[in-house]
Design a protein around this ligand. Structure first.
Ligand code: NDP
Length: 451
């Protein structure tokens, strides 16, 4: 039996029920098969066995008091997956669906994504099953403080540097950073995604969405195409979606969709910059639902459906798809519908938004498919730039950070293409991203001996 197959089998046996983690491990390891032949030293040193096992996984109680003076207990997680090339680094997710499997899948993906950025960052991820929806500002603050009351002892600027993810934006980072500072009596770059006033970086909020569009533009350029006048479907309406829409507009495309977990809005006229500002205000300030967009702009709205179901059911034509909501949002039927509608490019702003069956359909139909670990790496790359600025105690301009982001996205795109070609699968961004990300980490692990 190949080492790859035996490692996948062992993970499934050791961690039964961790479906998202199994999915991520299978997807990555299967594409690493050619590395076992070219690097027998990786096999001999048990790199494949070691890379699927987190350095440590911390699970903790998060008790807090709600506005009605009731004690609520949530579960907190931090999975420190791999620090071979730098401190653990990866976001915190607050969402009712969070469990160990989801945090492990995200932490595992983060190892390769961070390696691809070329910056010295290891992989980790954390979060809680806390649901921020409908909570008052005071409840959010009390929860963030309770969460940090335990997390603070496991993180540090040279150890583990968390950031945001679903349900964790500037407000939550502020509460957590403030509490860390209080507990440690230190003002250090222990979290990224901070506001400018206390050590944040310009362009960090924009970086994941902008980076995804930069990556898509690079993929399109390989076929002599650009965003001008293209019809673009975006899912989600949070941080990544908002800035993906902004960048698509700047590049001359027309975005026709957004969603949240309650509904999908289709706006065939295009979500222009004014409408995009409205979404930012609605979601980031008023904490409202996307159905309010449909009321304001008199557009169609499909309650209880995600963007990709609506595109399939309504037969909507789409040139480019940017899934920016959550994992496994595009299934095989949705992927078939995108192929049928003439879609030429899928770039993943979200992490693992396409099921394995959907990915296969994209690849079999010659769609330019950019997996999340490459396409959305601009977020963590700019977090890396925030860490550099914190260490140097200076701030770069917006133009400087944006131009570095663009250079990094181009370099990730090239690394994917180069690795794919070097390992015999020209144009395969999945294999390219996984191999390019893996080889650097594996070489570092090899250098350390068995630790
Ligand atoms: P946000 O919390 O800002 O936004 C998430 C959006 O997706 C919300 O509109 C949310 O709706 C929607 N959503 C979540 N779950 C579902 C669902 N099951 N069905 C339909 N819509 C859903 O998170 P981000 O924008 O930060 O993250 C989005 C994705 O991008 C995630 O996969 C994340 O891991 C990934 N990512 C984020 C990075 C970052 O820098 N923030 C970096 C790299 C990847 P609702 O408001 O109703 O919950």
């Amino acid at each position: 039996m190949s080492v790859i197959k035996s490692v996948i089998d062992k993970v499934k046996q050791t961690d039964p029920g961790q479906n998202e983690f199994h999915q991520a491990v299978t997807e990555v390891l299967e594409s690493l098969e050619p590395t076992t032949k070219r690097h027998p030293e990786f096999v001999k040193s048990g790199i494949y066995e070691r890379i699927v096992e987190p350095e440590r996984a911390i699970i903790f109680r998060v008790p807090w008091v709600d506005d009605k003076n009731r004690v609520v207990v949530n579960r907190g997680f931090r999975v420190q997956f791999n620090n071979a090339i730098g401190p653990f680094k990866g976001g915190l997710r607050f969402h009712a669906s969070v469990n160990l499997s989801i945090i492990k899948f995200l932490g595992f993906e983060q190892i390769f994504k961070n390696s691809l950025t070329t910056l010295p960052m290891g992989g980790g991820k954390g979060g809680s099953d806390f649901d921020p929806k409908g909570k008052s500002d005071c409840e959010i603050m009390r929860f963030c403080q309770a969460f940090m009351r335990e997390l603070f002892r496991h993180i540090g600027p040279e150890t583990d540097v968390p950031a945001g993810d679903i349900g964790v934006g500037g407000r939550e980072i502020g509460y957590m950073f403030g509490y860390y500072k209080k507990l440690r009596n230190e003002h250090t770059g222990v979290l990224t995604g901070k506001a400018l006033e206390y050590g944040g970086s310009l362009i960090r909020p924009e970086a994941t969405g902008y980076g995804t569009v930069y990556f898509a533009a690079e993929m399109l350029a390989t076929r002599g195409i650009d965003f001008k006048n293209k019809c673009v479907a975006v899912s989600g309406s949070g941080n990544v979606a908002q800035f993906a829409i902004e960048k698509v507009n700047q590049m001359g495309g027309r975005v026709i969709s957004v969603c949240d977990s309650n509904a999908t809005v289709i706006d065939e006229k295009g979500i222009d910059s004014d409408k995009c500002c409205y979404i930012m205000e609605l979601k980031n300030v008023n904490r409202g639902r996307i159905t309010e967009y449909a009321d304001k702009y008199k557009t169609v709205c499909f309650e209880g459906k995600n963007v990709w179901d609506v595109i399939r059911e309504q037969g909507i034509k789409v040139d480019i798809a940017l899934p920016c909501a959550t994992q496994n949002e595009i299934n095989a039927d949705n992927a078939q519908a995108l192929v049928k509608s003439g879609c030429i490019c899928v770039a993943e702003g979200a992490n693992m938004p396409s099921t394995p069956e959907a990915v296969k359909i994209f690849q079999d139909n010659n769609i330019l498919y950019g997996p999340g670990k490459a396409a959305n790496a601009g977020g963590v790359a700019t977090s890396g730039l925030e860490m550099s600025q914190n260490s140097m105690k200076l701030s770069w301009t917006r133009e400087e950070v944006d131009s570095r982001l663009l250079i990094i996205m181009k370099s990730i795109h090239n690394s994917c293409l180069n690795a794919a070609e070097a390992y015999g699968k020209k144009g395969d961004y999945v294999m390219g991203a996984n191999i390019a990300g893996f080889v650097k980490v594996a070489k570092a692990m090899l250098a350390y001996g068995v630790v």
